[in-house]
Write a new protein. Structure first.
Length: 88
């Protein structure tokens, strides 16, 4: 199990904590942001493959902002996987 904390950029949430088991997402927790929506996203992605989640969430915008909490989650997952040293 590998834990990683990502400081978000351009969103209401301040940070995202992720736990990975290889390429499987075990846990996601957002600090700040819209509690209900982010709790739902966190529950939805637990147990999923990071590549699938990254593909679905990358590039999602929040209104006029160039990013969103789902987009920032895709960035956090990429960084976490790279930092974990796991092999594809």
């Amino acid at each position: 199990m590998f834990s990683y904390t990502y400081q978000t950029k351009g969103t209401c949430s301040r940070e995202i904590e992720v736990e990975l088991d290889g390429k499987t997402i075990r846990r996601v927790a957002f600090a700040g942001g819209c509690p209900g929506n982010l709790a739902g996203i966190s529950r939805m992605v637990e147990g999923m493959d990071i590549d699938f989640v990254i593909e679905k969430f990358a590039g999602t915008r929040c209104g006029n902002r160039p990013t969103s909490c789902p987009d920032q989650l895709s960035v956090a997952l990429r960084e976490a996987y790279a930092a974990s040293g796991a092999k594809a």
